[in-house]
Design a protein around this ligand. Structure first.
Ligand code: FE2
Ligand code: FE2
Length: 183
């Protein structure tokens, strides 16, 4: 597997979570009731899979490698991607806070929760599409086969250190998807 294939596959899974979050936010916006536990489950997925696992691989292995081998354009591009990661984490923190208030029955939390969800979805969608284009081309173009292999190994090591396994995390998406269909 090439680093670009690994990244693209994880983007596909994160994209599934983004679609679920959007459905939830849109239902809540028109007064639909959503179980806060379902949002908690998705936030757990975003924290463990999207943030610690996926962004962890990018920030600890892939971005530094691109910065080291790439030109000024690549370094500026990575800088912009890192800025997106920071904003994305702020949106996740806002969702966590707002969902706690929503869980306590605070009606006013609905607006901040849906806003944070839609802000996150729109940022992450744009970010993923930027990475799927330019960043994956960089990953494919900059590294020789042995370097690419080494990068994938470093990424796998990051994933192995996660407390929750990938199968367990992806199962959350299947479960939420099924719950949304029932509701
Ligand atoms: Fe990223
Ligand atoms: Fe990414």
């Amino acid at each position: 597997m090439k680093p670009s294939q690994m990244v693209e596959e994880e983007h596909r899974q994160i994209g599934r979570a983004l679609r679920l979050i959007k459905i939830i936010a849109e239902r809540m916006e028109v007064g639909g009731e959503i179980d806060p536990k379902m949002i908690d489950d998705l936030l757990f997925f975003l924290t463990e899979f999207a943030d610690i696992c996926h962004l962890g691989k990018e920030e600890q292995a892939l971005f530094p490698a691109v910065e080291k081998k790439g030109d000024e354009f690549s370094r500026d591009f990575v800088k912009a991607l890192l800025a997106d990661h920071r904003v994305g984490r702020e949106h996740i923190a806002a969702m966590v806070q707002a969902n706690k208030a929503y869980d306590r029955g605070e009606f006013s939390a609905v607006e901040s929760l849906t806003q944070a969800m839609l802000d996150y979805v729109s940022l992450a969608t744009r970010h993923i599409s930027a990475e799927n284009g330019t960043f994956l081309d960089m990953l494919d173009g900059l590294f020789a086969d042995d370097e690419a292999e080494e990068l994938v190994k470093r990424c796998e090591k990051i994933e192995e250190e996660l407390p929750a396994g990938r199968i367990q995390l992806l199962e959350i998406l299947n479960r939420v998807n099924a719950q949304l269909k029932e509701a």
